[in-house]
Design a protein around this ligand. Structure first.
Ligand SMILES: Cc1cc2nc3c(=O)[nH]c(=O)nc-3n(C[C@H](O)[C@H](O)[C@H](O)COP(=O)(O)O)c2cc1C
Length: 237
C-alpha cells in the first residue's frame, strides 16, 4: 500500500472523551500512537497521555507524510534521544519509540531511544515511496510521495529488526508486511519480542486472530512450549 493520509485526527481531548471509554470495553491493552510537530508538542501530548487509563505510549518519530516533526526527529541518534528523553521526563507509562526505516543505519536512532530511557522500540514505519500516473505525467498521490507498507517491505523490516535487536538491549516490536503466522515467526526469529499488523488488516480484518492460530500450529509442529524461546534464534550462515 502506498498512502499519504498524514496524521489528521480529532485530537487527544476527543480521544479521551469518546474513543478511550469505548476501547476500554474490550479486554486488551491500549497503546496510544502519538505524534507532534515540535518537541514541545510531543511533551505536551505526553503530559496528557500520562493522566489517562492507557497501558503505554508509542512515540511516532517516523511518519513520512508530515512536513515538520516526526521523521525529522527520527532519523538521527541525537534527534531520537532528545525527543525521547524530554518525553520520558513527563511520562511514567511504558514508552515505545517507533523508528523510521528511511535511514542508512537503523541502529543509530534505536540506540538514541535506548539511551534516552525508552522501554522498547518498534519498527518499521513505512518506506518513502512514489508512484506516477503515466497518462497524466503526475504523481498518483496528491502529496507526491507517501509511505509504502505491506508484504513488499517485509524483507527490509526483518533485516532491520535483526540488526536492531543485536544492537540494543531493550525489547523490539517488529512490524512491516506481516500477513500470517509464518511472518510472525520470521520476525520473532529475527529478534522481535512482539509483533503488530497494519496493512494486513485492510486485506483481512481478522488477520491477527488467524495469525495467532498459525503460530500455535507452528509451535505444535516444532514442539515449542514457550514462544519466547524462539526470539532471536535465527542461525546465521
Ligand atoms: C493507512 C496507514 C496509516 C498509518 N498511520 C500510522 C500512524 O498514524 N502512526 C504510525 O506510527 N504509523 C502509521 N502507519 C504505519 C504502520 O503502523 C506500519 O508501521 C507500517 O505500515 C508497516 O507495517 P504494515 O506493513 O503491517 O502496515 C500507517 C500505515 C498505513 C498503511
Amino acid at each position: 500500500m502506498l498512502n499519504s493520509i498524514g496524521l489528521q485526527n480529532p485530537g487527544v481531548e476527543y480521544f479521551m472523551q469518546n474513543d478511550l471509554p469505548w476501547l476500554r470495553k474490550f479486554d486488551t491493552k491500549i497503546i496510544v500512537n502519538a505524534c507532534g510537530s515540535s518537541v514541545e508538542e510531543y511533551v505536551e501530548l505526553a503530559k496528557v497521555l500520562n493522566t489517562l487509563d492507557i497501558d503505554g505510549v508509542e512515540l511516532n518519530l517516523s511518519c513520512p507524510n508530515v512536513k515538520s516533526g516526526c521523521m525529522a526527529f527520527g532519523t538521527s541518534y541525537e534527534g531520537v534521544k532528545e525527543v525521547t528523553s524530554r518525553v520520558r521526563k513527563v511520562l511514567d507509562k511504558p514508552l515505545i519509540v517507533k523508528l523510521t526505516p528511511n535511514v542508512t543505519d537503523i541502529t543509530e536512532p534505536a540506540k538514541g531511544a535506548e539511551d534516552a530511557g525508552a522501554d522498547g522500540v518498534s519498527l518499521i514505519n513505512t518506506l518513502l515511496g512514489m508512484s506516477i500516473d503515466i497518462e497524466k505525467k503526475k504523481p498518483v498521490l496528491a502529496n507526491n510521495m507517501g509511505g509504502l507498507s505491506g508484504p513488499a517491505i517485509k524483507p527490509v523490516a526483518v533485516r532491520m529488526v535483526y540488526q536492531v535487536s543485536k544492537a540494543i538491549k531493550i525489547p523490539v516490536l517488529g512490524l512491516g508486511g506481516i500477513v500470517n503466522g509464518r511472518d510472525v515467526i520470521e520476525f520473532m526469529l529475527a529478534g522481535a519480542t512482539a509483533v503488530s499488523i497494519g496493512t494486513g488488516n485492510f486485506i483481512e480484518p481478522e488477520i491477527s486472530i488467524k495469525a495467532i492460530g498459525e503460530v500455535e500450529d507452528y509451535m505444535k509442529r516444532h514442539n515449542i512450549e514457550d514462544i519466547n524461546t524462539i526470539i532471536g534464534k535465527v542461525e546465521m550462515n
